[in-house]
Write a protein that binds this ligand. Structure first.
Ligand SMILES: Cc1ncc(COP(=O)(O)O)c(C=O)c1O
Length: 382
């Protein structure tokens, strides 16, 4: 059998649909291009304090841990950082994972375990959730019931439909959607979780460092002690480094340490990574003025983009989509801007649903007013 031929056939079909992806040279982007595609929202990835923290950690602990946390790979950085995360997220405990993708896919597979729960769970799931969340549910083989994006009436209707069903219920959503830039109404979702006794799992990958008390995520803004919940977030976006966490009860932390293969069977994060993430986390609370200013500038940019006649969906943050619908148009617009030395993200299916391809603009602390003006000048020409 000619395997290469089969895979190549698949790639050709992607090309025909303008869905083919390729790796670009990001060094070139950083130096020669004006980059609106990065999730390094607070520009912490190049912050000298994070870099020094990484250097110090390498000096004292080396650049690899030599094993999983349960074997050789644990050290004081993890426990100190987890205590801090739990404090700032106002949860009893926290557990660090190697990446956001690994966290979502392995934590959900573990939490939704049918034999532990006693029955196959029902998962009420925002249809625009990140693929890693889908992956976790698929791995668990739980029953997935998708609700329209951020439509709480629809979520309520679905929960109501299953109200007499005794199977364990979960609600899974992001707090700030990474491709749409819109924010959920958390207090209403918590009310629904309480009313229908559902477990709430929140992904704060894009909200961590941007929303909530001192920037530590939307979950910090409301009391959720009346429900069972867990909040996941990453260090790979606003925090400027890499890795992820789950803030949760002591019981869930202990359960994951014992029954989450993505935690148990993977070498822990290198000291350089964890030390820089820890430093980024600590810096967040001193950046509140900057975060507020970033959101204000984003609001102004969004209005100007709308005045050009573009659809920015329901964005209310620094992530601004320009919905162009077709893949072909999106790629054309991306290439046009790239020719002008501006990089935005060209987001196409399967990352977003069919007919909702878009340019994704992420405003960061790095962007000056001139950068924003330059972007607007060329958006006008699209
Ligand atoms: C909502 C969401 N969750 C999880 C992830 C995965 O995080 P990581 O990049 O740290 O693997 C992403 C990454 O883009 C994301 O957007």
């Amino acid at each position: 059998m000619n395997f290469n031929y089969l895979y190549k056939n698949y790639l050709s079909s992607l090309q025909e649909m303008y869905r083919y992806r390729y790796l670009s040279n990001n060094n070139m982007i950083k130096t020669d291009f004006l980059d609106f595609s990065s999730n390094d929202y607070l520009n912490l990835s190049c912050n000298i304090e994070l870099i020094n923290a990484a250097k110090l950690a390498a000096d004292s602990l080396g650049v690899g841990t030599g094993g999983s946390r349960l074997l050789a790979g644990n050290n004081y950085l993890f426990s100190n950082f987890e205590t801090k995360i739990a404090d700032d997220k106002k949860t009893p405990s926290a557990l660090i994972f190697n990446s956001g993708f690994q966290a979502n896919s392995s934590i959900l597979a573990a939490l939704l375990n049918k034999s532990v729960l006693g029955a196959k769970p029902l998962v009420f799931f925002d249809r625009l959730n990140h693929f890693s969340l889908y992956q976790g549910v698929f791995l668990s083989a739980a029953e997935i019931i998708r609700y329209q994006h951020n439509n709480l009436n629809h979520l309520n209707d679905l929960l109501l439909k299953y109200k007499d069903c005794k199977r364990p219920k979960f609600i899974i959503c992001e707090t700030l959607y990474g491709m749409d830039g819109d924010v959920i109404l958390l207090s209403e979702i918590v009310d629904l979780a309480a009313k229908y006794q559902a477990f709430l799992y929140l992904d704060e990958a894009h909200a961590t460092g941007i929303l909530g008390n001192l920037g530590y995520g939307l979950s910090t803004t409301i009391d959720m002690s009346n429900i069972s919940y867990a909040v996941m977030g990453t260090f790979s976006k606003a925090i400027g480094s890499y890795g992820a966490y789950i803030a949760c009860s002591l019981e869930i932390k202990d359960y994951l340490i014992n029954n989450c293969p993505g935690f148990i069977y993977s070498t822990s994060l290198a000291p350089t990574v964890i030390a820089s993430a820890f430093k980024g986390w600590e810096l967040i609370k001193g950046l509140n003025k900057e975060i507020k200013a970033l959101l204000e500038r984003s609001a102004k940019l969004r209005v100007k983009i709308q005045e050009l006649g573009f659809d920015t969906a329901k964005s209310s943050t620094h992530i601004i989509p320009i919905i162009l619908k077709s893949e072909e148009l999106t790629l054309k617009a991306y290439n046009f801007l790239r020719d002008k030395k501006i990089i935005v993200s060209a987001i196409r299916p399967p990352t977003v649903p069919a007919n909702s391809s878009r340019l994704r603009i992420a405003l960061t602390l790095k962007h000056s007013n001139e950068d924003i003006e330059k972007l607007l000048t060329f958006l006008k020409e699209l």
